[in-house]
Design a protein around this ligand. Structure first.
Ligand SMILES: NC(=O)c1ccc[n+]([C@@H]2O[C@H](COP(=O)([O-])OP(=O)(O)OC[C@H]3O[C@@H](n4cnc5c(N)ncnc54)[C@H](O)[C@@H]3O)[C@@H](O)[C@H]2O)c1
Length: 340
């Protein structure tokens, strides 16, 4: 299949959808390439990395920090990496965020590409050019925007992905359907996670449709001045919950999306909350949680999207159509209090 090319203001990304890892050697020269991965991906797929220069990191968000960046840079220097080196992140969003950041600062910037190995990374984290690290409890506090030269998908790598990570990926897919694609929403309603995990062709189509959706949103609003913000649907409330309770990102975003649907019904007249909640549950994610509404209100009011006495909320008008709407703080308080 011919690769897809997405053009940005000062870069282009070539995407090899539904490809194979073995194609990587045709995209980059082995001797000039360093693969960056984590211990889980390396442990499950050791043969993949045979004959490649590779740096293996500990897995997890806790390692998306400056210490890891410094250690990788020292290792690149020991490997005699230079300006011609291409750094390829092979892993989930932690690895691709790190790889993009390290490649952007090493020698003032070398080429980089991604082989996303988690569903979330294929449909979301690898796309859009945001690279960076966390500082203490502040997620993605340091980083820069730079597009990868290429992204290669090999769905076979998902075979070893833990159940919980599949659910995290599906939460973002449901988000895309809610904000911009009613027919994808209907398709997801017809099937379930097992269907996509068993049907490689259908999974490939779903992943491509979602990655393509995110690419197009980013292309139209590269510097996040407007519609790209819609990708945060469910995330503001979700992040507030993620910090308060032991929830995975996908679980928090799911509860956030359903809460945002309830707020939408009071503001835009959105009538699809029950459908969104059922779809979320069908994909093994929670649609409801008992949480402290006062705390939630305080977090929303503190949010960056606030202006004077209004806050900008991402709401649904209907399934497949999201809007950013200013809502007065008073009205927000009333609506939060009546969320079921
Ligand atoms: N740059 C962006 O625009 C953007 C967007 C969304 C999320 N993110 C970032 O992405 C990260 C979350 O991504 P993630 O969920 O992929 O996290 P992750 O990289 O931590 O991967 C999740 C877990 O799955 C494991 N894993 C990955 N692929 C596997 C495979 N094929 N087989 C077995 N195990 C595998 C990883 O080792 C890890 O334990 C966060 O740091 C988030 O900030 C970035």
């Amino acid at each position: 299949m011919r690769p897809a090319v997405y053009t940005f203001s000062s870069a282009r990304t070539t995407v090899y959808y539904d490809s194979r890892f073995s194609e990587l050697k045709k995209i980059v020269a082995r001797k000039d390439t360093v693969l960056l991965t984590d211990e889980h991906v390396f442990g499950f797929h050791p043969t993949l990395f045979r004959d490649w220069n590779v740096i293996v990191l500990k897995a997890g968000e806790a390692f998306k920090v400056q210490d890891t960046v410094d250690a990788v840079i020292r290792q690149l220097i020991r490997m005699r990496a230079g300006r011609q080196t291409v750094l390829v992140g092979v892993g989930g969003g932690v690895i691709t965020d790190l790889a993009g950041y390290i490649a952007s600062v090493f020698m003032r910037g070398i080429l980089f590409g991604f082989v996303p190995t988690s569903l979330l990374c294929m449909v979301d984290a690898s796309i859009g050019g945001k690279n960076g690290i966390d500082v203490d409890e502040y997620k993605n506090m340091v980083g820069l925007v730079r597009q990868p030269a290429f992204i290669l998908h090999d769905h076979r790598l998902l075979k070893t992905l833990p159940e919980r990570e599949w659910r995290n990926g599906f939460a973002e897919i449901i988000k895309h359907a809610c904000i911009g694609n009613a027919s994808m929403f209907r398709e997801l309603e017809k099937h379930d996670p097992g269907f996509y995990r068993k049907n490689a062709g259908q999974l490939a189509k779903l992943v491509r449709a979602n990655a393509d959706f995110k690419f197009r949103v980013v292309q139209r609003d590269e510097f996040e001045k407007g519609r790209r913000k819609l990708l945060n649907f469910g995330h503001t409330i979700g992040h507030a919950l993620e910090n308060q309770y032991e929830l995975s990102h996908g679980e928090a975003v799911s509860i956030g999306m359903v809460s945002a649907c309830h707020l939408s019904s009071g503001i835009t007249g959105f009538a699809g909350s029950r459908r969104v909640a059922s779809l979320i549950e069908k994909y093994g994610l929670p649609a409801q949680a008992v949480y402290n509404k006062d705390k939630m209100f305080r977090v929303l009011v503190m949010d960056k999207k606030r202006s004077r006495d209004h806050i900008h909320l991402i709401l649904l008008e209907k399934i497949g159509r999201a809007v950013i709407q200013p809502v007065s703080i008073g009205k927000l308080k009333q609506l939060i209090d009546v969320i079921p």
